[in-house]
Design a protein around this ligand. Sequence first.
Ligand SMILES: [Zn+2]
Length: 191
Amino acid sequence: MHTGALDELCAQMQREIPGFSVGFKDQSWHQRALGTLLWPLNRSYVNGYVTVLGRTAWWPNEQRFRNDPKVLGTLLHERVHLWDWRDNPLWFPASYVLFGPVVWTKRAHWERRGYVIDLVLQQRQGTPIEWQKKWMKQVFCGSDYGWMWPNPSAIEAWVDQVRERGLATELDGALLASTQAWVDRIAPPRP
Ligand SMILES: [Zn+2]
């Protein structure tokens, strides 16, 4: 259904991030090893999460990449991480590997820049705000990402802000403009 758009977005990302590729965790011994290592924190690393490492976006498996109706939105989220990694080659990976209050905060900052896309797409598709707040508290306050922003009331205020200001809550410049164009195409604004 979205194969044309998916190929187009991948081609655009290859121009933006030379060497960009999509990998599949189920076919990679080191991704499966990482999944075992992360098991105590995150039990769905291999089967449930898409992860950016350097210039590769790792999907659980090829079928999920090709058939998931939400793949374009997920790829746009990962695209923000690819841009941020490219533009912050020290800070970005450090904040995912190291633990510490400053690094935690930074990591939540990167993830807010990704999740703003998921939230705007959901809002256009009619997802209720209360559901979004519950989901974001699970993501930011839970163990999956290592409790990176354990502040439920700040998260609720942030979701309110995103519902009002959209992508501009987190993104700006060329990344905002190109992401907005894709979001408008995937889920046109409702009249
Ligand atoms: Zn992310």
